[in-house]
Design a protein around this ligand. Structure first.
Ligand SMILES: NC(=O)c1ccc[n+]([C@@H]2O[C@H](COP(=O)([O-])OP(=O)(O)OC[C@H]3O[C@@H](n4cnc5c(N)ncnc54)[C@H](O)[C@@H]3O)[C@@H](O)[C@H]2O)c1
Length: 496
């Protein structure tokens, strides 16, 4: 019975579609009834019969409206001062306000949250920093729209719950603003395509605030990868493995628990997926091709609802998301990515971050380390010894430190010290915000574009489709609509 409840709407519609395919697997045949529709599944167009990849579920790619241009490498006019308005001042938002008080060339113009007292709390941050009060918006679901309409704002910074993200981003761009949004910035294929289309139509910057790509190990490793230390990178692993037990009761209106209760799949993939996609030059010479997801049954979250909130067993176990979700993605150029999500197992925090190349290997959790082939410059001259089972182990701590110093990313060279002082997950949040402002002030392309947003977020709906269809392979749309190979290699922009 619980299995039936976990069957999503996308499974029901797909079952009907799959009937059309010639190579229908038994799983598809048994997976549901015909004729239901669901918002995300309504775009599913089924397998292409008679071609290789018969079993792959494909979702519709809306045509780019005529006259609308892609935003790869988008540059906007330089802003002398970046005038910003913040929406969403719960657990995450005020930290961003505080970080912005340390960034030169910024004016904090407006603050918004549904709750007036949260706005007031953030006003105190400005006061403490010796800055003038910002305009306050609160008291209704829609007050944020007035913030977006202001003529004296260049950038809208969103840190609300997941369900508000896409609508707010779209509205902000339509009001002529650049927009950045917390992770994941969009949760359904409809939302993702609308965000992409709005960014292209308005030619405004639209960036997801994926902070983990700026963390010290990740950015150093990306720099090492750029310089070829790992050879060709073939496989990357990442994830979000974080027991959120202490946090559940603090999300406004219980949005995060409710999302997990009603959605299956990797609902929070971007911390692991973002760094992986940058390493593999996704839409900069390679593209995501197909994914497959698998999950365990739900366990600790329903038990939490029973034990901590007194929910009935039946109601608590009417829970869509599995405790542990794994998604494997293959790229067009034959690379693979494994992404995991688990927010309720009693285990140490990990974003995994494992990089396997033809010449080297990097791992961040549980222990940061690098390993290389013995003919690489790092271990040159070391004779192989078959008795030595740690012969292929990590380079020594000293060698690792030396490597990390040698390959420190230029961004870290400039910002590491200040970032560690200002903080925000050890400094990476400050680096993210600083880079955003730097690029806007210098008229440079941002470090992450709207196609990164789309690719990193699409794991949310596509993993759900795969899971609801017996872990069927699902094609990942090309969100650039034909331009994934125009740019070769991921890089950050700098002034000359
Ligand atoms: N990048 C990271 O490391 C990181 C860390 C934590 C959270 N996050 C993300 O940040 C976002 C916010 O998470 P949180 O933990 O702060 O959640 P939260 O529930 O504490 O805060 C959300 C805030 O949005 C406000 N809000 C909701 N609807 C609104 C509306 N219509 N108008 C104005 N304000 C509205 C709420 O009142 C609340 O204060 C989420 O997307 C989350 O995934 C990212």
């Amino acid at each position: 019975m619980q299995r039936r409840k976990r069957m999503g709407k996308s499974a029901l519609i797909l079952a009907g579609i799959m009937m059309l395919g010639t190579a229908m697997s038994p799983v598809f045949a048994q997976s549901g009834k015909k004729g239901k529709s669901a918002s995300s599944a309504s775009k599913v167009i089924g397998p292409k019969s008679g071609q290789s990849g018969d079993q792959v579920i494909r979702t519709a790619v809306p045509e780019r409206p005529s006259g609308q241009k892609h935003v790869l490498g988008l540059r906007a006019p330089k802003l002398d001062t970046v005038r910003v308005g913040f929406i969403g001042l719960g657990m995450r938002g005020p930290g961003a306000v505080e970080r912005f008080t340390h960034i030169p060339g910024v004016k904090i113009v407006a603050l918004c949250d549904k709750h007036g007292e949260r706005v007031e709390k953030s006003q105190k941050i400005l006061d403490k920093a010796g800055l003038p009060a910002a305009a306050s918006y609160s008291g209704s679901e829609e007050a944020w729209k007035e913030l977006c309409q202001r003529k004296d704002i260049d950038l809208v910074y969103i840190a609300t719950d997941w369900k508000h993200h896409a609508g707010m981003m779209i509205y902000a761009m339509e009001q002529g603003k650049h927009v950045v949004c917390e992770v994941p910035a969009a949760m359904t294929l409809e939302e993702i395509w609308k965000v992409v289309d709005t960014a292209e139509r308005t030619q405004k910057h639209c960036m997801m605030l994926e902070n983990c790509v700026y963390d010290f190990f990740e950015l150093t490793t990306l720099n090492m990868a750029r310089q070829g230390l790992f050879g060709e990178i073939l496989h990357v692993e990442g994830g979000y493995l974080h027991n959120l037990e202490d946090f559940w009761d603090y999300y406004e209106g219980d949005w995060r628990m409710q999302y997990n209760k009603t959605h299956r799949g990797d609902v929070y993939p971007t911390h692991g997926f973002g760094p992986a996609c940058q390493l593999l030059d996704i839409h900069r010479g390679d593209r995501l091709d197909v994914l497959v997801s698998m999950d365990t049954k739900p366990a600790n979250l329903p038990e939490y609802l029973i034990n901590k909130r007194g929910m009935s067993r039946e109601e608590a176990y009417d829970f869509r998301n599995g405790e542990h979700t794994m998604t494997m993605v293959r790229t067009a150029k034959g690379k693979t990515i494994l992404i995991r999500h688990d927010v309720s197992s009693p285990r140490p925090y990990s974003r995994e971050y494992e990089v396997t190349g033809t010449k080297g290997f990097a791992q961040k959790y549980p222990q940061e380390g690098y390993a290389f082939r013995s003919d690489s410059p790092v271990e040159a001259g070391v004779m192989p010894d078959h008795e030595n089972l740690s012969g292929h182990g990590f380079v020594s701590e000293e060698a690792k430190k030396a490597l990390m110093e040698t390959y420190k990313h230029p961004i870290h060279k400039e910002l590491e010290e200040q970032a560690k002082q200002v903080g925000g997950h050890g400094g990476m949040d400050f680096i993210m915000d600083y880079r955003l402002v730097y690029c806007l002030r210098n008229g440079l392309p941002l470090d992450m574009d709207v196609y990164d947003l789309a690719e990193w977020c699409c794991l949310v709906p596509l993993s759900e489709i795969s899971l609801d269809n017996g872990s069927a392979p699902v094609a990942v749309p090309d969100f650039t609509r034909g331009h994934w190979n125009d740019v070769q290699g991921y890089r950050h922009a700098f002034t000359e």
